[in-house]
Design a protein around this ligand. Structure first.
Ligand code: F6P
Length: 327
């Protein structure tokens, strides 16, 4: 393993923001300062790197942010960084600011960008998984997922009250572009009658049969949690397909949307973010690069970016069965 002399690290958040990113920025900054490093915050991810939007972070400049949602460094998705020219400018900017290593907080798009950058330029990069989707291979939990799931649970509990009051059939759409983690966990936690996730193909016939069974037996309200990336479509599409078959039922749709992305991180996310942030700095100081720091079975683990972007984090099949057993 090559030991690199690092003096100044840059930290940035990229892709969709996630609650706990600030806790991670704070941990990275303070852990680095404790080790005698200087820290620069890069605004708006790769976009800000290209535009030279960087500022020093100090012990005090990251105080009071642990409990804040969003990201003090802002986030963005950058088309320019996908080009060779864009990455060349980004590297020049890093040299200009004297930054000789990076910690990237984000999802698979962030790590894909980091990988390309590292293949072209000699700069060590370590990643921390930050996305509400929990869809990153190499960690049981991503920063922000626990908060988003709790927010979804809180919202679905409220929807259930009104669904019960009117005996309505609700389709609640939660986030998760390619993954059903938020849908599955919030569905179990709220006693949803069905959960539709991209990882499990359910035909419209199967869904109709299931809803038919539930509604004819008990004639009461019903909640179906739909991951936005489900194969059958989003909540609006699915409700349309179902509507004709349940004419006696009032159907309503709720799309939870970005409410799931904001808000103060849960205790779980704050602790996870703090731990991963500290470990990311340590990994850089140990001479490691091109790895994402994750946590599996309560152990800190490192996964090469190649693997983190190539493989999928699988849904736990046991959790999928819970909905069928209990609804
Ligand atoms: O990846 C996180 C996520 O919140 C997804 O669940 C969702 O599909 C997407 O980002 C929304 O992105 P945007 O905020 O750019 O609309």
């Amino acid at each position: 393993m090559k030991k690199t002399k690092i003096r100044r690290i840059g930290v940035f958040t990229s892709g969709g923001d996630a609650p706990g990113m600030n806790a991670c920025i704070r941990a990275i900054t303070r852990a680095a300062i404790r080790q005698g490093l200087q820290v620069y915050g890069i605004e708006q991810g790769y976009k800000g790197m290209i535009e030279g939007k960087m500022r020093p972070l100090t012990w005090h400049s990251v105080s009071g942010i642990l409990q804040l949602g969003g990201t003090i460094l802002k986030s963005a998705r950058s088309d320019a960084f996908r080009t060779k020219e864009g990455r060349a400018i980004a590297f020049e900017q890093l040299k200009h600011f004297g930054i000789d290593a990076l910690v990237a907080i984000g999802g698979d798009g962030t790590f894909r960008g980091a990988l390309e950058f590292m293949n072209e330029y000699d700069i060590p990069i370590v990643g921390c998984p930050g996305t509400i989707d929990n869809d990153i291979y190499g960690t049981d939990y991503t920063i922000g997922y626990d908060t988003a799931t709790n927010t979804a649970m809180w919202a679905i509990d409220k929807i259930k009250d009104t669904a019960n009051a009117h005996d309505r059939l609700f389709f609640v759409e939660v986030m998760g572009r390619d993954a059903g983690f938020i849908a599955l966990r919030s569905g179990i936690a709220t006693g949803a009658e069905a959960v539709l996730v991209p990882e499990q193909i359910v035909t419209i016939e199967n869904l109709l049969a299931k809803l038919g069974r539930i509604l004819s037996h008990r004639r009461r309200s019903c909640i179906v949690v739909v991951a936005e990336g489900d194969e059958l479509g989003g909540a609006i599409d699915i409700a349309k397909k179902v509507q004709g078959q349940f004419k006696d039922y009032d159907i309503r749709i709720t799309i939870l949307g970005h409410i799931q992305r904001g808000g103060s991180p849960t205790c779980f996310d704050r602790v996870l973010a703090s731990q991963l942030g500290i470990e990311a700095v340590q990994a850089l100081l140990n001479g490691q690069t091109g790895v994402m720091i994750g946590k599996r079975h309560e152990q800190i683990v490192q996964t090469p970016f190649e693997k983190a972007v190539k493989y999928h984090h699988e849904l736990n099949p046991t959790l999928l069965k819970i909905i069928d057993i209990l609804s």
